[in-house]
Ligand binder design. Structure first.
Ligand SMILES: [Zn+2]
Length: 326
């Protein structure tokens, strides 16, 4: 009797196991399916909150949205999303030669504000050097620690106490009145004028070099609407700028078509100088073309600026201040 009971118990257990097995499989599958659906739903909901999705919804393709997210900082992505519309220059802008991600929203704003048909490289150049900002409120002190690469312009100013430490005097054989500049500039000019003399028989002369803050006040008063910069905004205060003229034809005009002017434009970078206010950029930035005004930046930087055909302002914005890595 006990044996029969034991046998029945085992049979029931066996059937129960079999039932559980058959019953539990669909349940497990169903549970897994539900779980999968829930995970997918959560992922879908979470994706809606990503910047990639928000940018995609503005009208960009999914690849464009991914490219923008990969290139821009989160703050820049937020700005783009805040525009709430598809911007036609956003993607082409990413491929521009001197694109700086930190300036991205300013490129778009500049383009929009001016309804401009200006080429994108011009927009990049203008924004990089700060032409989209109010000149007065965006002005900052010049970073004199950059030495021969310090930037002085209407937005980067020197105070009245700044005076170069290594001023040297030009020989009176090469200037009409006492002129001084940083000693490295005097040395470079001597090498350059020698080369010019040998190649063209023309003699370069220094018309003006270092000018103090006080000197510049007088120069500006004499030329309020001319070529002179306001005191504090003149490169001549750095001691790295010289105005060059010709001994044979000191009053020749225009200087840029003279033998000296042409030679200097083509060769000054070999001696560490650049044409600080070249003709091409005067059309973009609106500053006066000054074929006689040289700025010393050293041979490597001068060669790069010459080869890339950019201004020192653009060089400074891209190669010294930026682009800021993410
Ligand atoms: Zn000058």
């Amino acid at each position: 009797m006990e044996l029969k009971l034991e046998l029945i118990k085992r049979l029931i257990a066996k059937w129960a196991d079999r039932d559980n097995r058959w019953l539990s499989m669909p349940c497990t599958l169903a549970a897994l399916f539900v779980l999968l659906v829930m995970v997918k739903s959560c992922q879908g909901i979470a994706y809606n909150f990503t910047n990639e999705c928000k940018i995609y919804k503005l009208g960009y393709t999914i690849d464009e949205a991914r490219t923008l997210v990969a290139t821009l900082s989160e703050a820049q992505e937020d700005t783009l999303i805040a525009h709430q519309e598809h911007d036609t220059i956003a993607i082409p802008m990413l491929g521009m030669r001197y694109f700086i991600a930190d300036n991205f929203s300013r490129y778009l704003a500049f383009h929009k504000k001016n309804s401009t048909s200006a080429p994108l490289d011009v927009i990049v150049a203008l924004v990089n050097v700060g032409y989209d900002r109010d000149r007065g409120s965006s002005a900052v002190p010049c970073d004199t620690s950059k030495g021969q690469l310090m930037l002085v312009n209407g937005r980067h100013y020197l105070d009245e106490n700044y005076k170069p430490e290594n001023l040297a005097t030009f020989s009176m054989d090469y200037c009409y009145e006492n002129q001084r500049a940083q000693s490295v500039v005097v040395d470079a000019f001597m090498v350059m004028q020698q080369a010019c003399k040998e190649q063209t028989d023309a003699q370069l002369m220094v018309n003006s070099a270092y000018r103090s803050y006080q000197d510049q006040i007088g120069t500006y008063k004499r030329n309020p609407k001319g070529y002179a910069a306001r005191a504090g905004s003149s490169e001549h205060q750095t001691g790295y700028a010289i105005d060059v003229t010709s001994r044979q034809h000191p009053m020749r005009w225009p200087f840029d078509t003279s033998v000296e002017g042409v030679w200097m434009r083509e060769h000054c970078h070999d001696y560490g100088f650049i044409l600080r206010y070249p003709k091409k950029q005067s059309q973009i930035f609106g500053f006066a073309y000054e074929p006689w005004h040289l700025r010393y930046v050293g041979k490597d930087v001068a060669k790069r600026i010459h080869d890339e055909d950019i201004t020192f302002d653009e060089y400074y914005a891209y190669y010294i201040e930026g682009p800021t890595p993410r």
